[in-house]
Design a protein around this ligand. Structure first.
Ligand code: HEC
Length: 278
């Protein structure tokens, strides 16, 4: 017994992994969720698809007013039209995706075992174009946000279900995203979690800080500040810049793994896209 225990701890030491310290993704998910449940008692998990409006009743009222005539309606129908318009070779986006691209958003992003990379929905939209002889779209707004919004909307009501397959590269991608989320950056030296976990519900300038639980569920969003639709990675870039840190390119593996971590943390919450924000 003694020898076996010793050997196991030696192996852990040599691998540089304090085996007892590293939490598994499912442990992380449990404590991430529980933190918000304790912080906002009485707000069920299902509410977190509404972002900050889950926790701020006043802001919710004016938001519900806006959503009666959604500012993204036009973008959504453009997205549907683009999605159904054949490429020059006669094929459509539907040919590139499982189930013809309908009702699949809840499974993105995912770990791709062929490339060893995290694949986002936007990455696959552009991959589909390139494989069919079309030019890729810009990543942060415009057509890609419209198509992504339309595709996501066909998943509304389906629960986010991100998996981390039994592959060390998948776990490494998850850990990379997690590390990004908790690392302090920029001149203000703040991590994502400093604002969206530690200070969730508190005000910063005129805004209430939203929970990260559920963050990816309603993207892309139409923001009044942008006056248009933008993708989740556009928003990541904005939040990096808020702390005067350098942002990373949309669809970099930095943001793709961050999205992987955050979306895994939002497992069990319904897709509710697109949405509108201040
Ligand atoms: C200085 C505080 C601060 C930091 C640090 C910060 N954010 Fe934000 N973030 C905000 C504010 C303010 C908003 C707008 C109000 C809201 O929804 O929280 C926002 C909005 C968001 C949204 C949009 C929420 C929605 O429902 O539309 C996402 C997603 C997001 N942040 C992710 C991140 C990530 C990921 C990081 C780390 C890279 C990060 N934020 C770092 C302050 C911060």
């Amino acid at each position: 017994m003694y020898n076996i225990a010793l050997t196991a701890s030696l192996v852990a030491l040599l691998a540089g992994l304090p085996a007892a310290v590293q939490a598994s993704p499912s442990d992380d998910l449990k404590s991430f969720r529980e933190y918000y449940m304790k912080r906002f008692p009485g707000i069920p998990l299902s509410e977190y698809k509404n972002g900050v409006y889950a926790i701020n009743a006043d802001a919710r009222k004016s938001w519900e007013g806006i959503e009666e005539f959604p500012p993204y309606e036009d973008a959504l129908s453009k997205g549907e039209k683009l999605f159904n318009t054949p490429f020059a070779n006669g094929k459509t986006y539907a040919s590139c995706f499982k189930n013809g691209g309908k009702g699949i958003r809840q499974n993105y992003p995912y770990f791709d075992s062929k490339s060893g990379l995290i694949k986002t929905l936007e990455a696959e939209i552009n991959e589909c174009r390139v494989n069919n002889g079309e030019k890729p779209l810009g990543w942060k707004k415009g057509d890609i946000a419209f198509i992504s919004a339309y595709m996501a909307s066909t998943s509304n009501g389906k629960k986010i279900n991100i998996t981390i397959p039994d592959d060390p590269r998948a776990l490494a991608a998850y850990e990379r995203g997690k590390k990004f989320y908790y690392t302090k950056r920029g001149q203000l030296n703040l991590s994502c979690s400093n604002c969206h976990v530690d200070n969730v519900g508190n005000r910063i300038r005129s805004e209430t800080l939203s929970p990260s639980l559920g963050h990816p569920s309603h993207f892309p969003v139409h923001r009044l500040k942008w006056g248009e639709m933008g993708t989740l990675h556009r928003r990541f870039g904005g939040c990096n810049e808020q702390v005067r840190a350098k942002s990373f390119p949309a669809q970099s593996q930095e943001y793709a793994t961050l999205e992987y971590f955050l979306t895994y943390m939002s497992n069990g919450i319904e897709v509710n896209a697109p949405s509108s924000r201040k």
